[in-house]
Design a protein around this ligand. Sequence first.
Ligand code: ZN
Length: 165
Amino acid sequence: MTRWKDNRKQYQREWRAKNPNYYKEFWQKNLEHNRERARINATRWVKNNPEKARQVRQKCYYKDIDKSRELLRKRFHILRKNLMKLLGCAKCNHCHISDYEILHFDHINGGGSKEIKLRGNTSMYYYYLRNPELAKKTLQVLCANCNAKKRHTNQEIFKKDVNSR
Ligand SMILES: [Zn+2]
């Protein structure tokens, strides 16, 4: 690093120490805009440094593993509820039972297990929340019973070419 750069950094550091509240106020003045910009920058950084980002994520995750798991669980249920809201309501499409715990997302034309294998459960929810029109075409809410019945009558198990959409 050249000398003038060193000098400038030193100067900036001193200036910041003298005016500790300047950046805080600067940030607060245009909060929404700054947050949005920070978000964009962070996304770009993650895209450019995938390996480092993974390390940071892991470090955060293992710092307090119980809390992380709890957060993941909460996020999972929020996504699930949002997706149900998107598809109409939290009710079975056939028998209209509304027990949250036994409701499943069913792929109308089959191919669900294949897609879960490909994307993973949570990212599949994200995918369909980002593409609501596709979600309405592809998914429906079914209870465990109706889902099993549908699978049986459509012979979706052991079918070779289920993913034909
Ligand atoms: Zn049902």
